[in-house]
Ligand binder design. Structure first.
Ligand SMILES: Nc1ncnc2c1ncn2[C@@H]1O[C@H](COP(=O)(O)OP(=O)(O)O)[C@@H](O)[C@H]1O
Ligand SMILES: [Mg+2]
Length: 225
């Protein structure tokens, strides 16, 4: 089986691409999927996240930076496709980045995280343009937005909610709340999926359920890794 590829993209920085990519990938691994994280960002934040893990508790899955491949990122991704069930690509923030277009074009599904903020919404619209460009190369790619950093509903968040609906792009029903835990785990090189029960862990798990179902993969994977 060749790997199913999920890209996490948004041209805006700070929307949670790296956080979601790494935590989701470990949750996939926990369910016995052979999972690889590809860091497509020259800044290498996903690699740095994993490298923060202590020696006696190494990060459970490989995280490799392939940003140097630029527009050839898709070919580089495919070189790993036979060795994994799932590949998660953490995309860089800039609109002009050749990696993002290449990563999206190589994907089965693109997740676009955004905070409930007007600036994030604008950036997501621009990311949708990149998605449309990639669709010309690979008509089967699908995309969905993921609301991250969610707090209590306010008038503004409800207005943004409505504006997202008007983008006419599927939206994941799972939302990730604003959570201190998601900031902390980065420094410790830990993934929430391997920590104790928490609201955040439950949300990452629900996100994995929703995506696996969307990708026609078994939610509870019993195959040996
Ligand atoms: N749901 C969340 N709750 C709290 N902090 C978050 C959440 N998602 C991301 N963060 C924090 O926000 C910052 C940006 O997240 P990051 O994943 O690096 O975004 P990006 O990769 O899009 O630039 C990081 O400090 C991260 O720990
Ligand atoms: Mg990042």
């Amino acid at each position: 089986m060749t790997a199913v590829v999920v890209a996490v993209a948004n041209q805006k920085g700070g929307v949670g691409k790296t956080t979601v990519s790494v935590n989701l990938a470990v949750e996939f691994w926990r369910r016995n999927f052979r999972t690889l994280v590809i860091d497509g960002d020259p800044q290498g934040s996903a690699v740095e996240y994993a490298a923060n893990a202590p020696e006696d508790k190494p990060f459970p899955i490989p995280v490799i930076n392939l940003a140097h491949a630029g527009a050839k990122l898709a070919q580089e991704v495919m070189r790993h496709a036979d060795n994994y069930d799932l590949i998660v690509i953490d995309c860089p923030p800039h609109k002009t980045s050749p990696q993002t277009l290449a990563a999206i074009a190589a994907s089965d599904l693109v997740i676009m995280p955004l905070y409930p903020s007007w600036l994030d919404l604008t950036a997501t619209k621009a990311t949708l343009e990149t998605f449309e460009q990639a669709k010309a190369l690979n008509p089967d790619i699908r995309a969905a937005v993921l609301l991250n950093g969610v707090r209590n509903k306010t008038i503004m968040s409800m207005a943004i909610d409505l504006a997202i609906t008007e983008l006419n792009i599927p939206r994941l029903k799972t939302e990730i709340s604003l959570a201190e835990e998601l900031r902390q785990v980065v420094g410790d090189g830990e993934a929430v999926a391997l920590r104790g029960a928490s609201k955040t862990r439950q949300q990452i798990s629900a996100l994995a359920d929703e995506l696996l179902e969307n990708l026609n993969l078994p939610i509870a994977n019993t195959e040996a890794a």
